[in-house]
Design a protein around this ligand. Structure first.
Ligand code: CP3
Length: 343
């Protein structure tokens, strides 16, 4: 099937489809017993990300179960700092850890060999395109520079990204240099994923919501605009979803300024406002992952509200953030069934 005929791609091009295409952030992950099994065999989490055979397997697992309209490459946003030799580790139950970077470290960052280091990821994408059903779109992704930088500065995940916010106020020059390096690498990384067979790519700015208005402009909008401009100038057919979580009202001109084809929405975005955003182009989201954990009426009402407000325009049905590990896989079946018999 021609890439433009896949349902997800048709909506990205502005069509309204009933039922809307659906995929879920973190659709491959610990809520699936078969993922936990492959994860155990792989050894470390990064070994899983860099093993094309195993990464293909876990990417396909949710497609086999739920026949989602899109598969998302199995990897992590932190493979980029790993390629920058920041010593990324994922220890059991502790989340990611890296060597924290300071202004001197930023000045000494070496961006050579990054794309070569990430070559197993491109091999995974190539194999996936061959193995996926032809109607299933394949998404690549990267982290947005701000979100990746929050981990690089703190050396681990933080509840409010305070270390990166403070660093940016105290060292604006070094911080902007870091964002520029990450933007340039991310553009190369996304182009390579597209060349390997990704139909579209998503840029995850999971921690955009802690930024003030001025910082949102400088640290979220500017670097993402730079990535999208670079990718589209080199691959004019590239399609890009940008997800700035918790950005609220600041999403108003996010699409226009960044040039993203689709805007991802978290569950705090009011559906009336989401419908306004949808007048300017396709939107993706925005069910609260806790409704999926709860199941039953909480799940059904959440789905119905989204379809009611956004089902008459270009919509990619998704969660407002990733599936959490305690999710019952049967609730995902219920979600997919309800969305697909919609309207
Ligand atoms: O199915 C998919 O969505 C594709 C794979 C994917 C993963 N991470 C796998 C993963 C994607 C797209 C990501 C993106 C990612 N990684 C983001 C942005 C999206 C978001 O969720 O906000 C961020 C901030 C990260 C960084 C990261 N990776 C954290 C904070 C953690 C630990 C938290 C946790 O859930 O354990 C990871 C690990 C990670 N990445 C897991 C998975 C399936 C779990 C690790 C494991 O299996 O042990």
């Amino acid at each position: 099937m021609d890439n433009s005929q896949r349902r997800l791609m048709r909506v990205i091009s502005g069509e309204t489809l009933t039922p809307p295409p659906i995929w879920l952030m973190r659709q491959a992950g610990r809520y699936l017993p078969e993922y936990r099994e492959t994860r155990k065999e792989a050894g470390s989490f990064l070994d899983l990300c860099y093993s094309p055979e195993k990464a293909v397997e876990v990417t396909l697992q949710p497609i086999r179960r739920y026949a989602f309209d899109a598969a998302i490459l199995f990897s992590d946003i932190l493979v980029v700092p790993d390629a920058l030799r920041r010593n990324v580790r994922f220890s059991e139950g502790r989340g990611p850890e890296l060597d924290p970077i300071d202004a001197e470290g930023i000045a000494r960052l070496k961006a050579d060999n990054v794309i070569e280091h990430l070559s197993p990821v491109f091999e995974t994408v190539k194999r996936l395109r061959k193995e996926l059903p032809s109607e299933t779109a394949l998404l690549g992704f990267c982290g947005a520079p701000w979100t990746v930088a929050t981990y690089m500065i703190a050396g681990h995940g933080t509840p409010d990204q305070a270390p990166a916010r403070l660093f940016a106020y105290q060292n604006p020059g070094a911080f902007e240099a870091l964002l520029s390096i990450l933007a340039d690498i991310s553009a190369d990384y996304l182009v390579a994923q597209i060349d390997a067979g990704a139909d579209a790519v998503q840029i995850f700015d999971s921690w955009a919501g802690v930024l003030g208005e001025r910082e949102f402009e400088d640290y979220a909008i500017k670097p993402v605009t730079r990535i999208i401009a670079a990718v589209k100038s080199r691959r004019p057919q590239a399609r890009i979803i940008a997800f700035a979580k918790n950005a609220g009202y600041l999403l108003k001109d996010y699409r226009r300024k960044t040039g993203a084809d689709v805007i991802g929405l978290d569950w705090s975005v009011p559906l009336s406002f989401a419908a306004e955003l949808q007048k300017e182009g396709p939107v993706q989201g925005n069910l609260d992952p806790m409704r999926l954990v709860a199941g039953g009426h909480a799940l059904e009402d959440g789905i119905d509200d989204i379809l009611h407000h956004l089902g008459q325009g270009p919509l990619i049905f998704n969660l407002g953030h990733g599936i959490v590990p305690q999710t019952n896989p049967n609730h995902v079946t219920a979600l997919v069934n309800r969305v697909r018999k919609a309207l």
